[in-house]
Write a new protein. Structure first.
Length: 137
């Protein structure tokens, strides 16, 4: 079994989509492994998105991710990383396939409802960034 990290972003939490988004994963064979409801500070969000620090949207992304609470969730399943990305859909909701989480819940390329780890390596970093071993089942 593999773990991945998802974050229900501030836009989706604010619109009360957290439960619907978690349900999508539960309906598709994922099991909850860890969860926390937090508001990130600037340093936490910058560290999480450090791979994007040179991108033009970095400052705006950090402002958005710290603008309200987020639901940080570790999920497990065989092929969790790849299968979660498939359920989540393309970064820009206008390019996301029908039935994906971003197609149904995202507002824009930035306010796109959810984060999902993009590789097994980033999943390991990201799960560890939010959870201690004893906080994961
Ligand atoms: P991903 O979340 O689909 O993996 P990334 O390219 O890793 O997409 O970008 C991280 C996050 O940065 C996106 O989910 C989105 O919130 C934001 N983002 C990505 N590209 C843009 C952009 O061109 N403009 C504004 N925000 C963007
Ligand atoms: Mg990414």
């Amino acid at each position: 079994m593999e773990r991945t990290l998802i974050i229900v972003k501030p836009d989706a939490v604010g619109k009360n989509f957290s439960g619907d988004i978690i349900k999508r994963f539960e309906n598709n064979g994922f099991k909850l492994s860890g969860a926390k409801f937090i508001k990130m500070d600037k340093k936490k969000a910058e560290g999480f998105y450090y791979v994007h620090k040179e991108r033009p949207f970095f400052g705006s992304l950090v402002d958005f991710m710290t603008s309200g609470p987020v639901f940080v969730i570790s999920l497990k399943k065989d092929n969790a990383v790849k299968d979660a990305r498939k359920l989540i859909g393309a970064t820009n909701p206008s390019n996301a396939e029908a039935g994906t989480i971003r197609k149904d819940f995202a507002e824009s390329i930035e306010r796109n409802a959810i984060h999902g780890s993009d590789s097994t390596e980033s999943a390991q970093f990201e799960v560890g960034y939010f959870f201690k071993a004893e906080e994961l089942l």
